[in-house]
Ligand binder design. Structure first.
Ligand code: CMP
Length: 156
């Protein structure tokens, strides 16, 4: 089953949106298998945003991500990576469709409420950047047979 990393950024916490955002993922049928509050360190962010290190906004992005704690979360589901990206919307809150998290709650390109892994490969690296194996929970969720069809469950 696919897994993906979500970070609820410091602006989500400051704007009291944690419950709303977590609820959207839960109501979709995604399974939460890891969840914690963390104060991010520069070393972690240097690695996490390595592809942006030459960009003019890099230092400000790191400062913003260290301006308060974040909520890190691992979600599991069939095609969880692409499904979560649809729920989150594109980078700029001003361009994201209404109905997506960024479209509904963000007016910014940087203060865009959430981070979500952009591919299955990236997700595999990002999950273990923020979580240890013992922080990931393998449990049966009772709505599994309702969320997915018999055929989908057989092909996992
Ligand atoms: P995220 O999905 O975490 O991935 C990289 C982050 O860089 C992005 O969300 C934004 O917060 C930030 N970002 C991307 N483009 C810009 C930009 N042009 N100016 C400032 N911040 C940006």
């Amino acid at each position: 089953m696919e897994r993906t990393l979500i970070l609820l950024k410091p602006d989500a916490l400051q704007r009291s949106l944690l419950g709303e955002i977590i609820s959207r993922f839960e109501r979709k049928g995604l399974k939460i298998i890891g969840l914690k509050m963390m104060q991010l360190k520069k070393e972690t962010l240097d690695e996490h945003y390595a592809q942006h290190q030459d960009k003019a906004f890099f230092d400000k992005l790191e400062r913003f991500m260290m301006s308060g704690p974040v909520i890190a979360m691992i979600l599991e589901g069939i095609e969880a990576v692409s499904t979560v990206r649809l729920i989150v919307g594109p980078t700029s809150g001003r361009k994201a469709d209404v109905g997506s998290i960024r479209g509904d709650f963000s007016m910014s390109q940087q203060h865009n409420i959430v981070h979500a892994s952009d591919s299955v490969e990236t997700a595999k690296q990002e999950i273990y950047r923020f979580f240890n194996e013992e922080e990931l929970f393998d449990y049966q969720k009772i709505d599994f047979a309702t969320v997915y069809s018999e055929e989908e469950r057989e092909n996992i």
